[in-house]
Ligand binder design. Structure first.
Ligand SMILES: [Zn+2]
Ligand SMILES: [Zn+2]
Length: 341
């Protein structure tokens, strides 16, 4: 394919541009939704407010309170003094890998990830709201309790093997993160009252709006989303410009190739016309009927068709007849010049 390089570059650019536009729209939408979500206090009035709404729910609100487990909290595996309601344990392997270009670069591979969750509420002034499905949150801020990197001590064999395999072990990183008991978080989501109207829960919104459990205040979260939105806008502009340039280059090349092709065809046609004209001038006009081409009945017979051997066409008509002899319908394998003396 003629335009393979350009087409690949344009496709990659379009994919990246598409992703950036998607992220830009997403952060812009999230920002306006959060700005439109009422910030409510968890207090004795909250239950009443929710109960007065249709279906006893508020589609998108922001509340803030202290994390408190329902029942026993999870005790940290690395620090027995720390307890919380969500625990994330992950093991990552660090390797140095040789790329296809021959360079060595560092990579991380997630080997294992485990989540432990305890049901919990966020509480303020003695009132509370249960948090449902916290792992579905778009942002879930947790504290790093432990982050240990154990380097691998390679043997000589490992070095040799690593050189040929193109992968060298660097070590293993074990991380423990927790949403700690007693931390203050902002929850943004759908607030629903229970059937009996006595308790409240915050859930991932059913209208597709993002669910947040963050230690940031709403204003900081909006600022962060605004930064993200602005970065994506810049990326959109950059990749958009690259796309336009690439598109322009392809269009210019296509146009040049087309002009060249048309010119060539024109030249070929002119050459052919000149040849015909020359042939016409040297032909004998007073030929007997039997010597005239069977197609045009004007020019002399000049071409022999093989294998049937019929000499029945002039050179001009022979150009247009490719498959069958017009006299005996035999397949034409070859055409040759014939001279009738
Ligand atoms: Zn003819
Ligand atoms: Zn024939």
């Amino acid at each position: 394919m003629d335009y393979l390089g350009e087409a690949i570059a344009l496709t990659i650019d379009t994919i990246i541009l598409g992703t950036c536009i998607k992220q830009y729209i997403k952060s812009k939408k999230a920002m306006s939704m959060i700005q439109g979500a009422p910030i409510l206090d968890i207090d004795k009035n909250l239950q009443e407010i929710v109960n007065t709404h249709p279906e006893k729910k508020l589609e998108y609100v922001s509340i803030r309170g202290t994390v408190k487990p329902i029942g026993n909290p999870i005790i940290s595996s690395n620090n027995p003094k720390v307890s919380g309601v969500i625990q994330l344990l992950s093991i990552k392997e660090h390797v140095i890998q040789r790329s296809t270009a021959g360079f060595w670069s560092e990579h991380e591979r997630l080997i294992q990830e485990t989540h432990n969750i305890m049901p919990f509420v966020i509480e303020s002034k003695g009132y509370n709201v249960e948090i449902v499905d916290p792992l579905a949150a778009e942002v879930l801020d947790m504290d790093v309790i432990s982050d240990v990197f154990s380097p691998t001590v390679p043997s000589v064999m490992d070095h040799i093997w690593g050189f040929f395999a193109g992968v060298r072990q660097r070590g293993v990183q074990t991380t423990e993160k927790m949403l700690r008991k007693g931390s203050v978080i902002t929850g943004i989501g759908e607030l629903i009252a229970s059937e009996d109207g006595l308790s409240l829960r915050l859930e991932p919104p059913k209208n597709g709006a993002p669910f947040y459990l963050t230690n940031m205040q709403v204003t900081s979260l909006v600022r962060k989303l605004d930064d993200t939105r602005r970065n994506y806008r810049l990326l959109c502009i950059a990749f958009g410009v690259v796309g336009i340039i690439l598109g322009g280059l392809i269009a210019r090349r296509y146009w040049r190739d087309r002009c060249k092709k048309l010119d060539e065809e024109k030249r070929k046609r002119q050459l052919e016309d000149t040849r015909r004209e020359r042939r016409r001038r040297v032909r004998d006009d007073n030929l007997p009927e039997a010597h005239l081409c069977v197609v045009c009945r004007v020019n002399p017979r000049e071409i022999i068709l093989l294998p049937c051997g019929h000499v029945c066409l002039c050179e001009d008509c022979a150009d247009g007849i490719l498959e069958l002899c017009p006299v005996c319908r035999a397949t034409i394998d070859k055409k040759s010049a014939a001279y009738i003396a």
